[in-house]
Design a protein around this ligand. Structure first.
Ligand SMILES: Cc1ncc(COP(=O)(O)O)c(C=O)c1O
Length: 407
């Protein structure tokens, strides 16, 4: 029988070295758990980084796929209306301040579409020179050229230059730093409600209120990148609703398909209608399979009881982590984040911590320089939260394999 180590070696030999493969190879998943090919079980507090919003193999997710199985997946996707595409669009628009939507295949594509639409809007409504953006330090918006140009990492990776010009980096949660960058050339400000890759830093309500006012006063669009924080993860369907602001454009992906690749960008009608036929598009975007899955996944998430439970689970998780913080002295240095997008800073190096957690049967991810990121399924139970906190506690207490982090 193939072993995890054998598969890891074969993967390393043939897959580009962009993600180092872990020591275990995964075989299948169910609910909040994944299993390796030796049959060991892991509590999944990563779910593909906030992707499987309903956990693995949820009936609503499977319904989205099986309903479409015998009906065809790709029927001249862009040019014809299909029921799944229209139903998914109506559901999302019906629960939001936006009026129109365009589906994409990934988060980066949702960001690219938003950047293009913002520029086209400014070209028509402001001036031909108004094509620049304000974005933030520690941001993450994706790996395609537009999205990566808006991402802080582009400032430190000259090997991929030249990037798209016209991206100016302000400090997150610092309105003065934004004000200093405003000129007639700025068409939009793009922001994450909670910086995910950047280390689980939440924007404050005052920051978003101020951003919205700055945008309004200066005729600048506000783009909310809710690819990681959206689709129920804050306990509201859209992340901006949790923070109380109203963006002009919204980028979605990850939780939208609950594990199936689908994204979208949304805008108010007066902005969306700037696009003319042929201005933008994508071969697979809005295909009936992806949109049927999105429809069923979002139908589940949008239920008031489901969203209320996310808030309850978040409060329970954070309370338990804070109790562990008190119990383990200065081992945990902070518990942060919002909703079910939780970060734990510890005095240990994150790589070793993740390795030991994996050995103890738990999956989580790294965010920022040294933050343990927990993005569990939105329907995680209290018993599973207890299990996660116990495993983190065990690893932190039995710490001879961990190395202290030097900031
Ligand atoms: C906030 C944010 N924006 C954009 C992206 C890019 O999405 P994708 O990896 O689907 O292209 C991500 C992915 O991690 C993200 O977290």
């Amino acid at each position: 029988m193939t072993s995890s180590l054998d598969l890891q070696k074969r993967a390393n030999d043939i897959i580009m070295p962009l993600y180092p493969h872990k020591d275990v190879a995964l075989s299948h998943a169910d609910g909040s758990y994944v299993y390796d090919i030796e049959g060991n079980k892991y509590l999944d507090c990563a779910v593909g980084i906030a992707v499987c919003a309903l956990g693995h193999n949820h009936p609503a997710f499977k319904r989205g796929i099986t309903e479409q199985l015998d009906k065809g997946f790709t029927m001249s996707v862009g040019s014809f209306a299909t029921e799944p595409k229209v139903k998914a669009a109506e559901l999302l628009v019906g629960n939001c301040c936006s009026d129109k939507i365009f589906f994409t295949n990934s988060g980066a594509e949702a960001v690219e579409g938003s950047l293009k639409l913002a520029r086209a809007w400014a070209h028509e409504n402001k001036s031909e020179d108004c094509k620049e953006f304000i974005v933030f330090r520690n941001s993450f918006h994706g790996r395609t050229y537009g999205a990566v140009s808006a991402t802080e990492k582009s400032l430190h990776q000259p090997k991929f230059a030249p990037y798209l010009p016209g991206f100016h980096f302000a400090e997150f949660n610092n309105l003065d730093s934004v004000k200093k960058l405003i000129t007639d050339k700025i068409c939009a400000i793009m922001v994450e409600p909670v910086q995910g890759e950047g280390g689980l830093t939440s924007g404050t309500k005052e920051f978003f209120e101020g951003l919205q006012k700055l945008c309004k006063d200066n005729k600048i669009l506000l783009i909310s990148d809710e690819i990681q924080a959206g689709m129920g993860r804050m306990g509201t369907l859209f992340a901006h609703a949790h923070f109380g602001y109203e963006p002009d454009l919204i980028a979605l992906a990850k939780g939208l398909g609950g594990g199936f690749p689908v994204g979208a960008f949304m805008a108010k009608a007066e902005i969306a209608n700037i696009f003319n036929a042929g201005d933008h598009g994508s071969t697979y975007a809005g295909n009936p399979l992806a949109t049927n899955v999105a429809y069923h996944v979002v139908s589940e998430i949008v239920q008031p009881d489901f969203l209320a439970r996310v808030k309850e689970a978040s409060a329970y998780f954070i309370k338990k982590l804070n109790a562990l913080h008190n119990e383990t002295g200065n081992t945990i240095t902070s518990v942060k984040g919002e909703g079910l997008m939780i970060g734990v800073d510890t005095k240990y190096e994150i790589k070793g911590l993740l390795r030991e957690l994996l050995k103890n049967g738990m999956l989580a991810t790294q965010a920022g320089k040294n933050t343990l990121r927990l993005t569990p399924p939105l329907n995680i139970s209290n018993a599973e939260i207890d299990e996660a906190v116990e495993k983190i506690g065990n690893v932190l207490k039995d710490n001879d394999k961990l190395t202290e982090y030097e900031s």
